[in-house]
Ligand binder design. Structure first.
Ligand SMILES: Cc1cc2nc3c(=O)[nH]c(=O)nc-3n(C[C@H](O)[C@H](O)[C@H](O)COP(=O)(O)O)c2cc1C
Length: 424
């Protein structure tokens, strides 16, 4: 097991002996804004391309607390800390100037960072030697936004949240409709340097919603952007930095070239994405077997990717009409029984989610490429949110669980990556 994963497990004792002390005065900023000297384009939701981009990471709800107000987004995030930033190259997109952009969440605008021409671009850094028409996305993490609160375990959440953002790209692309390929074999070192991240932000993955243009080879573009602060406060975390640098280069990757098939109605999907929220607790409502099977079918679709790692999905069925209670894997029983309370306990005693929900999910893996396998778990999580909410069923991600006890319950010794619950 990857040492970082083993050293960031939660246990019944660890959460009691190491309670997280949070330095509120250091709370990081969750928005990155390039200076006004850059050219910025405000998104116009009447324009198809702008609308598509908004459905990946736009703001969709405002919460007001005595301490101030903050916004929730299309994509979920552990603790609403939003460590990820979204960049992309557009080439040949209708009404848009070819170039490399940053998606500015706070103002819903695009910042042009670098223009490109026909024979140069980001393509070679993402594994393409021909010019790609469409979008090439890059997802980064500003890790302190998450480590401020979650300390060493935050690298896991940076990866899960990045997976959710990749899943958001995949879902928004269905509105056009297009397929998206995930790219983990990207030149992180070079890209991090060119984007001026200075170790406080790093790229985790790319995604392509683009097609090669015939007979057009491209050169790798060279540029050097200045550092732009993205968190206000910062504290170095050596464990996280080491975990990142040891997982930067991928090995023995297998491609997934089989495209997923989704059966969403576009209008209803758009509403689902726009209104997606995490449910704060379930009320022991049941779902039907038809709903359950539909949701499973959506999350089990292949994920197009240049490094597809195996992630196992276990499900504890608590309240699915006409389905026996028990633990399932790949649609087959692992064991019969009422494990609702157990699932609630394992999710760090978040009983209102995993016990009172209709079903609780645990995702595990023993694969090797940590950045790829962890982000895949996040993509599956995003698919679960979308499929459940499309059926008017609630969903919540659960990043905190008792790792070793989950293994004992499942009967495996894989890395436990993520838990989620769905229900009513
Ligand atoms: C990786 C991840 C882990 C999460 N873990 C928990 C959790 O343990 N408990 C919980 O109540 N919510 C959890 N959530 C839900 C977040 O709190 C929620 O996404 C965030 O507050 C934003 O709200 P929204 O999803 O309604 O937009 C998690 C979400 C993600 C993406």
């Amino acid at each position: 097991m990857f040492w970082y994963h083993a050293s960031t497990k939660h246990s019944y004792n660890s959460v009691r002996t190491n309670p997280n002390r949070i330095a509120w005065e250091n709370q990081p900023n969750t928005y990155k804004n390039y200076p006004e000297s850059y050219k910025k384009y405000k998104l116009n939701l009447e324009v198809v391309e702008d609308n598509f981009l908004y459905h990946i990471a736009g703001l969709t709800a405002k919460k007001t607390y005595p301490s101030g107000e903050y916004y929730l987004r299309i994509n979920p995030s552990a603790g609403a800390l939003y460590p990820n930033e979204l960049y992309f190259q557009m080439r040949g997109v209708e009404g848009k100037k070819d170039g490399i952009y940053h998606y500015e969440v706070r103002s819903a605008s695009l910042t042009l960072l670098q223009s490109i021409n026909e024979d140069e671009g980001l393509e070679p850094y993402l594994g393409f030697n021909r010019a790609m028409r469409g979008y090439l996305f890059l997802v980064s993490a500003v890790y302190y936004r998450s480590s401020w609160k979650y300390k060493n375990r935050a690298f896991r959440y940076c990866l899960l949240d990045a997976g959710h953002l990749l899943g958001s790209i995949e879902a928004a692309a269905l509105l056009k409709p297009h397929v998206v390929q995930m790219l983990y074999n990207i030149n992180r070192e070079k890209l991090n340097r060119m984007f001026g991240f200075e170790g406080r932000e790093w790229f985790l993955a790319g995604a392509s919603m683009a097609v090669p243009i015939k007979n057009t080879e491209v050169e790798a573009i060279e540029f050097a952007l200045p550092y732009v602060d993205a968190s206000r406060s910062f504290e170095q975390n050596e464990i996280i930095e080491q975990a990142y640098s040891e997982t930067m280069n991928l090995e023995a990757c297998k491609r997934q070239i089989k495209a997923p098939k989704f059966t969403y109605n576009t209008t209803k999907l758009q509403e689902t994405l726009f209104h997606r929220r995490s449910q704060r607790g379930f009320h022991e409502g049941a779902i039907t077997k038809g709903q359950f099977n539909y949701i499973l079918e959506m999350i089990e679709q292949p994920i197009l990717s240049d490094c597809d790692e195996k992630v196992n999905v276990y499900v504890v069925v608590n309240r699915v009409l006409d389905m026996p209670l028990g633990l399932y894997k790949d649609g087959a029983y692992v064991k019969y029984g009422d494990f609702a309370q157990k699932a609630g306990y394992l999710s760090l005693e978040q009983y209102s989610l995993s016990q009172q929900g209709a079903a609780a999910f645990f995702l595990t893996s023993k694969a090797k490429n940590y950045q790829a396998l962890y982000q895949k778990a996040g993509i599956i999580g995003q698919r679960l949110y979308v499929a459940a909410q499309y059926m008017q069923i609630g969903c919540s991600g659960i990043g905190a669980y008792y790792d070793d006890e989950v293994n004992d319950f499942l009967g495996n010794d894989e890395m436990v990556l993520y838990a989620l619950a769905i229900g009513k």
